[in-house]
Design a protein around this ligand. Sequence first.
Ligand SMILES: Cc1cc2nc3c(=O)[nH]c(=O)nc-3n(C[C@H](O)[C@H](O)[C@H](O)COP(=O)(O)O)c2cc1C
Length: 382
Amino acid sequence: MQTKYQPLFTDLRLNNGVVLHNRIAMCPMLIFAAQADGTPSAQDCAYFQLRNEFGQLLITGATTIAPHIQCAQQQMSLDTDAAIPAFRQLATVMQAQGNKGIVQLQHPGRQASIGYAQSHQAYAPTALDFPFLDYPVQGLTNSQIEQIIQAFGQATARAIAAGFSGVEIHGANHYLLQQFFSQYSNRRTDAWGGSLTKRMAFPLAVAQEVLRVARQLKPDFIVGYRLSPEEIHGANIGYTIDESLQLIEHLAQLDLDYLHTSIYSSATFRVPAYKAFALRGNRTKPMNALIHDQIAGRSALMVSGSIRTPAATLDGLNYGDLVALGVVALSDPRFTNKIRTDHLDQINLNVHGRERDLQLPPALIQKYRAKAPLPPVLGLSE
Ligand SMILES: Cc1cc2nc3c(=O)[nH]c(=O)nc-3n(C[C@H](O)[C@H](O)[C@H](O)COP(=O)(O)O)c2cc1C
């Protein structure tokens, strides 16, 4: 290995005492390969087997915590104990090289398009007419909110029973936790909406419940939390980085093992708080640097987004403690080994003609081919 890459292969001790032996993670990615009942398929296992040396933390695609809420075709779901044996097989494959398998737990909220097709119901913090949805959504009742919080805890217990090393709470990318935090989506006037404190209540309650279950059942279970630091779409402002920093402050007080940012842009992990900057003119620091300062070592920070080279992976450590890669993990499962063994010239991000060897499920290829031409590098940052 070239000496300069050594920082990527240093230890990191998480709050729960687990010591990671490198700083590289595989981003959560939906690959549309689960069985009809939401359990992992042989295709899911083959995909992860090929990637089980990619990084110390290997995160599954978004996995739903309740029935009939899926947002994508053939999405995994950990909503029943009957799913545990199939998930155990996936955990075994993911962890066969000593890395940590993490399940990303998700409630899509209003984005539950597949769930809506099955149950004719989709839920959000508030029943609004969202222009980008072609189905109606209902507002959650208080008791439904409580049930969802419990369901996150139950899914955590199932992930533990299946032998995973951790879960990542999906609080990003406009799904239910973010919908509660967003003043665009959450118009409630009860305990779950209104002031910033009340908009934070649901994401924090989910995080507390997941941590409670994890620390009780398996104290060294890893609990991470993913969030999108800004939600600004033209005139629609869900929240700014300033509000996110307050949520992050509360999350950092909870003893989570890591926080993971999801930012949309072409150089995402380095991106300045540019929308806030445009609004207020007083933020020039990269978003992740602001967040890292706010966390102040209380949890690890995982950064990700548009990282395509070993040099960019290394640069990620200037912004956080762990670096997660998505498209690179799809395109070259041996990327990390090639850095370690100094075979950088063999890194190959061109998936063209290699889709089958790379164990990329046909539905994944189809979806992304429809959006953009695949070669030379698979991938859109989404
Ligand atoms: C095929 C695909 C599926 C994705 N699915 C998820 C997901 O399930 N959960 C999530 O938090 N992000 C998901 N993302 C976003 C990635 O985790 C990551 O943030 C994004 O791809 C940017 O990183 P990259 O440029 O290294 O790929 C997905 C991205 C891709 C390309």
